[in-house]
Design a protein around this ligand. Structure first.
Ligand SMILES: Nc1ncnc2c1ncn2[C@@H]1O[C@H](COP(=O)(O)OP(=O)(O)OP(=O)(O)O)[C@@H](O)[C@H]1O
Ligand SMILES: [Mg+2]
Length: 350
């Protein structure tokens, strides 16, 4: 297609930054075509729900203009919170077609909402050791939440083709950038402004997901409280910008003690994973999301969690053309991870 604008964009509608990424298929892999992001006010999306779709639409339009996006087809992602259920379940062996027919019936006992109020999807993970059984990942998303996101994307002039789950986007990104080690359990931990998404992969296959409604916004709130700052100024401190009347040492103290809360939450999810599954321990953590950019956060994380930890490299195996500001892309890479993972999805993928 010489003049066609084929392909999709990945649109990560976070509660503090909206991001867009576009990838180009090249021989043997991918090339970054475009990445951009825009901060949004903290009151547009609250607890995963779009509170102010009017202003969010305007921000999306601004991002599209700023990033010079020509493609309309957008893959967007949502997080868990209370509106998404992801469960690994065991079912009698059957074909994908058969399961499509019966998924509603099978899902009913696992979904705490009216089954008519959710969109259902599933992925068959292959046969279990026990004969005649298979493992399936069941995903149920409340229709009204999906619709909130779909409508705002449409209002921004885009065509929402897939609504993905952020944790799964990171799993796709992981597959592209990392060698799968069959014996290892790897936890991808995405810490944004208001959400933590955890996805634990065993040999590259998801065995546990959990989202918590806490994120680096508690750093912002603590700084605002402690030093009587506006949201914007607290955000500046987090980025390491100097601010009159607040010493970097005092700020760091507040940030560090607040980080403990976030890391504690991750640790509790890890504990839950260990106690509810017969899987072995977690061997490695891959950290993603804006919280990771806080000074010394990864270091503190390792100290508290005691597991080998790496910061995600979303562009490890994705070529970045010379026209990009390399230093900038590397710096914000953990923030770009979900959008890049969403941009990997192609129509027709399951
Ligand atoms: N350079 C930086 N240094 C420190 N913190 C940063 C930096 N840039 C962004 N952050 C923080 O990271 C968070 C944003 O990260 P991210 O974009 O992953 O979240 P989000 O996707 O908007 O939120 P969520 O997914 O929870 O809705 C904000 O709390 C912001 O203050
Ligand atoms: Mg996010």
């Amino acid at each position: 297609m010489l003049f066609g604008k084929k392909g999709t964009i990945g649109l990560d509608i976070g509660s503090s930054y909206i991001k867009v990424a576009q990838l180009k298929d090249i021989k043997g892999g991918y090339e970054l075509e475009l990445f951009d992001m825009l901060p949004i006010p903290p009151d547009l999306i609250v607890e995963g729900s779009i509170i102010d779709s009017f202003r969010l639409k305007d921000s999306l339009k601004e991002l599209i203009r700023k990033a010079n996006i020509k493609i309309k087809d957008a893959v967007t992602g949502i997080a868990g919170h209370s509106s998404v259920i992801i469960k690994r379940i065991s079912l009698p062996e059957m074909s994908e077609e058969e399961l499509s027919e019966s998924i509603k019936f099978e899902a009913e006992q696992y979904v705490p909402f009216d089954i008519e109020d959710v969109n259902l999807d599933f992925q068959i993970l292959g046969p279990k050791e026990e004969a005649g059984q298979m493992d399936v990942i069941l995903v149920a998303v409340k229709k009204d939440v999906v619709n909130e996101y779909v409508s705002v994307v449409k209002e921004a002039g885009l065509n929402p083709v897939i609504v993905d789950i952020n944790s799964f986007a990171l799993e796709n990104l992981y597959e592209v950038n990392y060698e799968i080690e069959p014996e290892k359990n790897i936890a991808i931990v995405n810490i944004g402004a208001n959400t933590i998404n955890i996805n634990i992969l065993k040999g590259g296959i998801s065995v546990f997901t959990r989202d918590s409604a806490i994120g680096s916004n508690i750093h912002t709130e603590a700084l605002q409280r402690e030093f009587n700052l506006t949201y914007e100024n607290a955000e500046r401190i987090k980025r390491g910008e100097p601010l009159e009347n607040v010493s970097p040492e005092d700020a760091f103290f507040v940030i560090e003690s607040t980080s403990d809360e976030i890391i504690g939450e991750v640790n509790r999810s890890f504990e839950y994973f260990r106690s509810t599954t017969s899987q072995a321990d977690i061997h490695e953590v891959i950290l993603s999301g804006g919280c990771v950019l806080l000074k010394d956060f990864p270091k503190l994380f390792v100290e508290k969690v005691g597991i080998e930890t790496k910061v995600i490299e979303p562009f490890k195996n994705i070529q970045i053309p010379k026209r990009f500001d390399m230093a900038y892309i590397q710096e914000i890479a953990p923030i770009a991870a979900v959008a890049t993972g969403l941009a990997l999805r192609r129509l027709g993928d399951r």
